[in-house]
Design a protein around this ligand. Structure first.
Ligand code: NDP
Length: 802
């Protein structure tokens, strides 16, 4: 045995094992066999599957594989518990969440050890990162529960929430899901990943002890089919999922048209960008945290190292020498950096992708030391000579594998960083704050860390763009995922769409102006499509007749098709960068100008609306007046929809920036042909998006008249593109378009379903609803709900100080 003096010389690590005694006795208490936790009680064990410690390949427990009946029982329990939980005073729910936070802290070490045994991650991480963050989430959300009525006035719980989580942060993902759901007044059914169910079961026990009422939290274990049973259960009102993009896409399709609210936190291939003025020693430690934290099984892992050419060789040399010193071994050893990969199947996947990287010509490097052979271990791996289009540069490996590429200019770094279908996170390393804050907004990512990486906190939202999913977890932005707007009091709503446009056209009409015979034949006015700031003839050369309710011809509208949509999307893209960079003041000025020009032509628009819809001159005027007011609303918001600075526990700030989504498709409601369109287009462009608009199918002429207003109001070409025609086929083309980042659809239920299904192709964000809206009502027809739907929140973490 070495003496202290010898150890002082060699600085060798000795063993530093964490005791597993408490965890083993907790497992023994349950005879290592678990049922589900439903309605406040453990169910009898059913068909069991093994839970294996990946560091030893030994079975440590057996857990019940949930059936559709189990899921049904859990959903019924959650439904039964909902009214009482939702009706609790916010303060009472806050106390429950507080009790959960306390419970997690009281059992912190047990949870940390269990997590390491179940998942293979090091005790250093579970003890110092996962479990403290879990407690932090419950404390933070105890706060939102307390403030719910005042901070989310006019909103209420969504109902029963189905939550499906992955194996990489089992307890932390549970906390990210359960804490906001409970704070919002929802009840829930959660399925842990099959590889890692134990801490969720331990948490159920803690919740039970903490006095959470039966049925509020239900934990059902199982495989993918159990998850699918939750997704497809008709009495589930919302699905929150974290996992692979592949399963996210299945869930998007499965919930399409069901009315279930959905948030998806999916995969990533996040860039870690190093500029030549960066502090390279800090960068090396950053890389260790970015890709070897949790063995690289992190959705936001900095798995693509992009280095400015001049410092690439130096950085790679530094990284290799650091990798030689990383320690890999038993997850319960307090002095290891890396533990085990979660399961043999994941190990095989990593091996397969690394081999593919080698086959495709990249240079692979691993440290000289050997991994233990009796568990699922994989060494840290570094690839150089990587082509941006190669498999290892594009596919999420979800293992400790880093690929390196170089760039010359900041512009090139952004292009390379965004060369991925994902958009979850990014790290930017430079000593120039000027450069960092210039680059951060240009990165397509929901989170950007400046000179740091993998920082998480309950106060700051986390979530992605594009194929990384949609929705945020954490912070105020995450709470919006768990509340819904209370429908306005119908008596307050001045008029519902159905009341207005389906009413008799004759009653309050005085002169059906548009159909009145005139002494001279009118000059033919053939509306066209409006694409890229120009009037454009429809590709297929057809128009459709627009008739009044009495059958008179009011005008003709072009019949747009796939090619017209394609051209419109191209035009919207061409305008996107500049419009997104325009100041809020500038966008506001343009919206005011649109309103001004509409006001000048108020009577003309009112006549047109009346002629098409037969709603009567009074209602038509009301619609135009409301449209002008709505334009004012969003002109006002354009420089006021501020982000936030989150209070995260670091020396620095997390800046939550509201960013435009990009190019959006907007499929307008049939009713209120002018107001419906303006209510959607104005918030979209006020926040910096460019749009392809499909106006009301039966009443498109308000939109075609409107483009002449856009032409004269300084709206830049391509910001608003209008394609008239048959709404649902056009909506489908938009939803399938891979270059469109979001689609809003207001129409029939079948249309909603088609749009949600088709949007799964590139996981674009959807806002699709078939419910009637009271467009004239200020609560229902305008406001923050629209602004939120038109923006992403990007959290930029900026630590400071030496
Ligand atoms: P999955 O996406 O398959 O699993 C995530 C969760 O969804 C698990 O609870 C899983 O259950 C469940 N699930 C699986 N199929 C369905 C379904 N049809 N309907 C509802 N729920 C379902 O991830 P994997 O665990 O299979 O990992 C595969 C790959 O996904 C990884 O290699 C990695 O690349 C990526 N991944 C990304 C994560 C992220 O956070 N971005 C997290 C985990 C994985 P069960 O575990 O029982 O199959």
């Amino acid at each position: 045995m070495s003496t202290v003096a010898e150890i002082f010389e060699t600085m060798e690590y000795g063993p530093a094992p964490e005791s597993d005694k408490e965890a083993l006795s907790w497992l023994a208490k349950h005879e290592r066999v678990f049922g589900h936790y439903i309605n406040g009680a453990w169910t009898e064990p059913g068909k069991l599957f093994d839970v294996v410690n990946p560091a030893t390949n030994k079975t440590i427990a057996r857990v019940t594989d949930g059936t559709a009946d189990d899921v049904d029982a859990a959903v019924k329990a959650a439904r039964a518990a909902l009214p009482a939980w939702k009706a609790l005073a916010p303060h009472a729910r806050a106390r429950h969440l507080y009790a959960l936070a306390r419970g997690v802290q009281k059992h912190a070490r047990l949870l940390a050890v269990l997590e390491s045994m179940d998942n293979g991650k090091s005790i250093r991480e579970t003890r110092d990162i996962d479990v403290p963050l879990v407690a932090r989430h419950f404390y933070h959300h105890a706060g939102w529960a307390q403030l719910l009525d005042t901070e989310f006035e006019g909103y209420e719980a969504i109902g029963v929430v189905g939550q499906i989580i992955p194996w990489n942060f089992p307890l932390l993902m549970l906390a990210w899901k359960i804490a906001p759901a409970l704070a919002g007044g929802n009840t829930l059914v959660l399925k842990p990943a099959e590889f890692t169910p134990l801490t969720a079961l331990c948490f159920a026990e803690i919740a039970h002890e903490a006095g959470i009422p039966p049925g509020v939290i239900n934990i059902v274990n199982g495989h993918g089919e159990t998850g699918a049973a939750i997704v497809n259960h008709p009495e589930v009102d919302k699905i929150a999922f974290t996992g692979s993009t592949e399963v996210g896409r299945i869930i998007r399709k499965a919930t399409a048209g069901s009315g279930k609210k959905l948030s998806l936190e999916l995969g990533g291939k996040s860039p870690f960008i190093v500029y030549d003025d960066a502090d390279l020693d800090s960068v090396v430690e950053g890389v260790v945290d970015a890709i070897w934290f949790n063995q690289g099984q992190v959705c936001c892992a900095g798995s693509r190292l992009l280095v400015q050419e001049g410092v690439a060789d130096k950085l790679v040399a530094k990284l290799r020498s650091r990798m030689e010193k990383l320690r890999l071994g038993s997850p319960l050893d307090k002095a290891v950096d890396m533990g085990a990969i979660v399961a043999p199947v994941q190990l095989d996947r990593i091996r397969g992708l690394v081999q593919q990287g080698v086959n495709e010509g990249a240079t692979m490097w691993q440290p000289s030391w050997a991994c233990p052979t009796d568990g699922c271990f994989y060494p840290p791996t570094l690839f150089t000579d990587v082509q941006p289009s190669s498999t290892i540069a594009q596919v999420e490996i979800f293992g400790p594998v880093l690929v390196t590429m170089t760039f010359r200019t900041p512009e090139e770094s952004v292009a390379l960083a965004n060369n991925t279908p994902y958009g979850l996170a990014a790290s930017v390393w430079t000593e120039s704050i000027n450069l960092a804050l210039d680059i951060a907004p240009k990165l397509k990512a929901g989170v950007v860390w400046v000179n740091s990486t993998n920082l998480f906190d309950a106060a700051a939202g986390f979530g992605g763009y594009r194929e990384s999913g949609f929705g945020r977890e954490g912070g105020r932005e995450g709470m919006w995922e768990y509340v819904k707007r209370i429908p306005p009091n119908t008596s307050r709503a001045a008029a519902k769409a159905s009341d207005v446009h389906r009413s008799s056209p004759i009653a309050d009409r005085q002169s059906p102006a548009a159909t009145r015979p005139s002494p001279l034949p009118a000059i033919d006015r053939t509306p066209k499509l409006f694409i890229g700031g120009k009037q454009a003839r429809p590709d297929q050369g057809y128009t459709r007749r627009i008739l009044s309710p009495s059958g008179a011809v009011v005008g003709e509208a072009p019949e747009g098709n796939r090619k017209d949509i394609r051209n419109a999307v191209e035009a919207a893209h061409a305008a996107a960068g500049k419009w997104a960079r325009a100041t809020g003041h500038n966008r506001g000025q343009i919206l005011y100008y649109v309103a001004e020009n509409l006001a000048v032509r108020e009577q003309e628009f009112a006549k047109r609306i009346d002629a098409m819809t037969g709603c009567g001159p009074r209602r038509a005027k009301q619609e135009v007046d409301a449209s002008i007011s709505r334009l004012f609303t969003y002109a006002a918001w354009a420089d006021k929809y501020d982000g936030a600075v989150h209070s995260v526990p670091i020396r620095g700030v997390a800046i939550a920036m509201n960013e435009p989504i990009g190019v959006m498709g907007i499929v307008c409601p049939d009713e209120f042909p002018l107001l419906g369109m303006i209510s959607l287009v104005a918030p979209a462009i006020a926040t910096g998006n460019t749009t392809v608009v499909v106006p009301s199918s039966p009443y498109p002429l308000a939109a075609t008249d409107f483009y002449s207003i856009l032409e004269t109001s300084d709206v830049p070409a391509g910001v608003v593109n209008i394609v008239t025609g048959d709404k649902d086929p056009l909506a489908k083309v938009l939803a399938e378009h891979d270059d469109l980042e979001a689609i809003w659809y207001f129409g029939a239920r079948d249309g909603v379903k088609a749009v949600e299904l088709a949007s799964a192709s590139n996981m674009k964000r959807t806002w699709a609803t078939w419910h009637d809206r009271s467009w004239l009502d200020l609560g229902d027809g305008e406001g923050r709900e629209f602004l939120r739907a038109a923006t992403h929140v990007k959290n930029v973490w900026v630590p400071y100080g030496e």
